[in-house]
Structure formats: C-alpha cells, structure tokens
Design a protein around this ligand. Sequence first.
Ligand SMILES: N[C@@H](Cc1c[nH]c[nH+]1)C(=O)O
Length: 393
Amino acid sequence: MNKNQFVPQIPYGTRDLLLREAKQKRIVEGSLAELFSRWGYDEVVTPTFEYMETLTVGTGSDMQQHVFKFFDKNNRIMALKPDMTTPIARVAATRLKETPLPLRLFYLTNVFRHEQAQAGRQCEFYQAGVELLGAPGPAADAEVVALAVEAMLEAGLTNFQIGLGQVDFINGIMAESGLTPEHKQQVKYAMVTRDLVGLGEILAQSGLSKAAQELLRQIPVLHGHEDMLNHAYQLVSNDLSRRALDNLADIHRLLTGYGVDRYVNFDLGIIRDFDYYTGMVFEGYTPGLGFPLCGGGRYDNMLASFGVANPATGFALGIERVLLALERQGIGVSVRGKDVYIAWAEGKLPEAIEAANQCRKEGRRAELALASESKASAETVIAEGYEELIYIE
Ligand SMILES: N[C@@H](Cc1c[nH]c[nH+]1)C(=O)O
C-alpha cells in the first residue's frame, strides 16, 4: 500500500450508521413518530444551527461549554443545537405565538454536544422527544412521563425504570442551608455527576451545621416508593421542598391512572444537566447502560426569556441508546429482509426490468441484477438472504 495514501477519518464523537443500524433507527423513529401523533403531538423541524445568543437564552452556562460553535460570513457566532427544547421555545414564542394552548409538539432530530465519546454517548446523536407547552399542572407532567414510558415500550424495551425527582426539593434545602452560591454550584455538580465522595468533601468544607450537611449528603440516596416520600417529608421543614414532594405525589397518582406507575419510582437526587428545569425532572434507566435512555422535566421560565411567559414540560429519548440497550438485552428490531432477486439471461434485461417493476408495485423489495448471468450462478444468491429468485430467460 502507498505510504502516503490518504485515509479519511470522521470527526471525534461522530459515527456512520450503516445498513442494519440505519434501518433499525428508521424503524424505531417511525414507530415513535406514530406513537407521538396518537397522543396528539405534531412534528416540528427546526434549523440544525441557531445564533449562539438564542441558545444562551435557553440553556445554562454549563451546557454552553458543550456547544459546537462557529462563525457565519458576517462573523456572528452560531452554534449547533445541543437539544430541541430551546429551539422549540423560540418557535413557540415567535411563529406559534398566536396558536391556542396547550401546544403539543414532537421532534426526531440530531443534536450536538462536546462529550467524552463512548458507545451510546457521541458528540452527534439522535433524539426523539416531545414538548407540551402552556400547561402548568401535574396533569401535563404525568402525560409527559407516561408518554416516555410508552415510548420505551414502543421501542421494544420492557426492563427499564423511570426515576422521578423535583428540583425544588433540593432548591428548598439549599435556600435554607445558607450555602454560598459557589458552594451551591459545587454541591449541584457533585450531585449531577453522582460524585458522593466529592459531595462529602465539599460539605465538610462548607461551614454548614452537621445536621444540614447530613441532610444534603442524604439527597442522592433518597429513592424508592411512597414510603420514601413520607420519610423525605419528615426530613425537611421548608415549604418549597414540601410542596415539591406533594407535587410528586400528585403526578404519581395520575401515573397510576395511566397504568405505568410500576415503571416509575421516586429519586430525589436527580438533577439534570440542563439548568432550565423548574419542577419535576425524570430519567429513564435500563440495565447494562450506564447513562439515562431518556430524560426530561418541567421548565416554566424558558418561554418567558423569549418574551412569552408560558409553562412547559417535555422529554427526549436517545435513539442510539435505545438501539444499544435493545442489542445488549438481546431484543431484535425486526428489520425487513430482502424479498426478491431478479436475474436474467443474455438479452433479457427489458423483461427483467418489467418483472422488477411488477414486484415493486406489489410492495415487494426487488433487487435487479445489473449484468446477465447463468441460472446456476443466480441461484447462489438465495444463500445471501433473498426469499425468492426470479430468473428471466
Ligand atoms: N432537552 C432535554 C430533554 C427535555 C425535553 N423537554 C424538557 N427536557 C434533553 O436533551 O435532555
């Protein structure tokens, strides 16, 4: 081989989805689009990139470090969208401003974030998600969580759990703790990354009372069912945290009505990696995958930053993560095989084209040979997975 031969590479954190994987992706996305539409959601498509200042309005400072930025011809800073929640809030506050609420929107798209790449975590990845805009109460939150459960079932997963949390539980504790803003940020970061040792160290240096430290240290392990909520209620005395727990109980009651409560437990340690959440938050986990399959929550302040104050809630599901989980759990996505191979003897191409047209009209997947061949050689293709050989002679 020529030593100087150019070996093209793809950028860090990107992947080619080939053949079977691309087909599986399309099948899963297709069934999710139908599911969302059965629940009354309409699709929206927004640009791949936005002005950086638009994304800054929506996403917090932490996420901005993960955004891919570039300049347009006029030197304005652009960014590849790191999620769809901010672009949808922009659309809802501008072009869809006059549309009656609530608005139910869904999307299937690629998004971009600088990440430490590994299987299931790439810098470019695909999301399916919904945003429910203009509805403040637990009914909207329960709808979104129930739809997330249905989306995972629709994709073929059965073994998963949703952890349901509420950001105000922690906010209430933080507010009464007297932590400095800097320490608050560090505590939150340790909780997002589930770094319990780090959390312990930060608290030890915080100057808080032993009781306050103990309470904050417990948050990441506060997960379970109703009895855990009751226990948490006893731990806190501030209004904000208690209202957060009441809100979770209300949402959970509705999830029982949806028949999905067995997939949901409470997890008060959930803090998502976007700063925009203002209420319930959730993440979906499955065995064998070290990061969430889906996540979402309520974000009531984002639309106001675009000039139209409206509450909102939503979630997104990682398509590659779902495919990876299906593969690791040995669950096949049934991908349609090859139906017919049409081969032809010397001079018979026109008849073979006609046969191929006919098969395709009947909805069969027909592959037409591009050169004449003997019947014996054509017959070997059956071993390649075609269901039928048509030989024109
Ligand atoms: N945009 C969030 C998910 C979400 C949708 N709506 C609210 N949250 C994410 O990418 O994780």
